[in-house]
Write a protein that binds this ligand. Structure first.
Ligand SMILES: [Zn+2]
Length: 561
């Protein structure tokens, strides 16, 4: 999962006791050949994949590191052995992805607020602010006025525009995190966070408007994670795609709430009042009588890694030009050589499990005696832990036009705790595939667990989002907390224990007592769902009014159909 993610697991309340005694998948309307292939999905093969990929020999599969490359080679060998066709660059299974790794030099960097009247405020990296240079140069000099732009959001569909046409060229945008709070589902999706609330959007929007820098004001309750998450995530190297087009900020940063309070005071303003003003549709940007004077010094490290992409051709002459995708990231955090003791971040659950599922899906589809009408792609993507970058590259450079991709189903961190009786498919309800998802869940005697923390914006933090942003209906398939033979509290406790003791730690390792029934079951759910969508009369789409509907329309207008 993404580096800045604070795991607030959606621990739902299950009111249903519908888990029956019939064998799973029996009521499925799949053709016989598909059902036979699906039954071949094997929990023990997923175990073998997890055991291999999370072995110390793979060194935690760091992006741009030896272990990550070994994993990519091995995954391509598996796809090949199933008889799948390569779908990467130049007839290979690999899609080459080039990155810049940017590390801010905390000693050489200086960051000061210079008010028109009064004392200069010199800030300390980590304690008061963090900043990174998105334009990939070693030195950036900024001396520019600061403009408070409220939430920094322009969302025509909610009739919300914080910018009101104010020119930001050469200026620094000061912004709040998140989005205007609401319980109205028609206004920024109510409690749920939309993409407008994510910091990535805010930097992108400020850069599009010509700003040279942007500063987010951190407030724990608004961000849904503490300052130490910001500090830890931005203290090391940040990665960027080399080929990303478009304007870039010289300085993308955050300041801590108390620092913002002092900045407001220096400007003769009050930060609480500023936050209140930003809640109004009539808010207008305010230029502060304060300049940011910053020298941002960075170390720039170019490196590359690979997505591994395989294809199974569909059976219909016309529809096989369209496809569904299955994705799972294979990278994890690598080795942290400067840490004492066990410093290999093996990433067994995160995300060797998803790779195990991806490979079983690939093997089952390849073995099916009959193929679905549309083609099926299988992509093991890199650099998820660097900010969904491998999948972002794949979304921007898909092997077929994005407008021809019906659906992406993603698998990330499927806990090997036994047989799950609940599905978590957050975001699926935003697509017109949802009735099929409900039907599939029923076929497998599973209930759908709702997202109890929609405000945390999990939808924007895993690889399916890279497809959604280019318009492709997409979501992740995860297990809920209710497992066969246990009560809900048991599953919740197991999840809590994972988050506290193993998540993004060297202790996320393979253990023989792991029970991969969960992973096999979710693979079968994904198989049944994917098969149905691959053979459906129409391409999947978004519910009308969804924030990704526009992107879908744009990519289909550009498409080649
Ligand atoms: Zn993950």
């Amino acid at each position: 999962m993404l580096k800045t993610m604070v795991v607030v697991l959606a621990l739902g309340i299950c009111l249903s006791t519908s888990a029956g005694s019939k064998p799973q998948g029996d009521e499925s309307s799949l053709p016989e050949a598909a059902r036979a292939a699906m039954k071949g999905i094997d929990a023990e093969k997923i175990r073998a994949t997890v055991q291999y990929l999370s072995d110390d020999k793979l060194e935690g599969r760091g992006t741009g590191q030896k272990g990550g490359d070994l994993a990519a080679d091995w995954l391509s060998d598996q796809f090949k052995s199933y008889g799948l066709r390569p779908a990467g660059d130049n007839g290979t299974f690999f899609q080459d992805v080039k990155f810049f790794g940017i590390t801010t030099d905390q000693q050489k960097t200086s960051f000061r607020f210079v008010p028109k009247n009064g004392e200069v405020m010199t800030l300390k990296f980590g304690d008061n602010f963090v900043a990174t240079n998105e334009s990939h140069t070693e030195i950036a000099e900024i001396d520019a006025p600061i403009v408070f732009v409220g939430y920094g959001i322009n969302a025509p569909e909610y009739k919300w525009d914080d910018y009101k046409g104010v020119d930001l060229k050469g200026k620094v945008a000061l912004m709040l995190v998140s989005e205007p709070p609401s319980d109205d589902p028609n206004f920024f999706k109510g409690r749920a966070l939309t993409y407008y609330g994510r910091w990535t959007y805010k930097y992108e929007e400020a850069a599009r408007r010509g700003a040279v820098g942007a500063i987010l004001i951190h407030k724990t309750e608004m961000a849904s994670y503490g300052w130490e998450v910001v500090r830890n995530s931005w203290g090391g190297e940040s990665s960027y795609l080399q080929d990303e087009k478009g304007p870039k900020l010289k300085s993308a940063g955050w300041i801590q709430l108390e620092t913002a309070r002092r900045l407001a005071q220096a400007a003769g303003m009050d930060v609480d009042q500023m936050m209140k003003d930003a809640l109004s549709r009539n808010f207008k940007p305010v230029e502060l009588p304060v300049r940011l004077k910053e020298t941002l010094v960075s170390k720039v490290r170019p490196f590359s890694s690979r997505n591994v992409v395989a294809k199974l051709a569909g059976s219909d002459a016309q529809l096989s030009k369209q496809a569904i995708f299955y994705t799972a990231h294979y990278d994890h955090l690598g080795i942290h050589r400067d840490e004492p003791g066990d410093n290999i971040y093996n990433g067994a659950a995160d995300n060797a499990t998803g790779c195990g599922i991806l490979l079983e899906l690939a093997r089952a589809f390849a073995a099916a005696k009959q193929k679905p009408a549309r083609s099926v792609f299988f992509a093991a993507v890199t650099a998820e832990e660097q900010g969904l970058l491998g999948s972002k590259y794949l979304g921007l450079h898909p092997p077929i036009p994005a407008g021809d991709i019906s659906l992406d189903l993603n698998f990330d961190d499927i806990q090997p705790f036994g047989e799950p009786e609940q599905l978590v498919v957050s975001g699926a309800e935003r697509t017109d595939v949802y009735p099929e998802v409900e039907k599939t869940a029923k076929d497998f005697h599973m209930t759908i667990q709702p997202d109890d923390h929609p405000e945390a914006g999990h939808y924007y933090r895993s690889d399916h989002f890279s497809f959604a942003r280019v318009g492709v209906p997409a979501f992740s398939v995860n297990e809920g907390a209710l497992f066969k033979g246990h009560d809900l509290a048991w599953g919740e406790e197991k999840e809590r224990e994972y988050v506290a003791k193993r998540y993004h730690q060297p202790s996320d390792e393979y253990k023989p007592e792991m029970d991969f029934t969960a992973d096999a079951k979710l693979a079968k759910v994904g198989f049944a769902l994917g098969w149905a969508v691959a053979g459906a009369p129409r391409l999947a789409g978004w519910q009308s009014g969804d924030e990704f509907e526009k992107a879908r329309g744009a990519s289909q207008a550009r498409g080649t159909r």
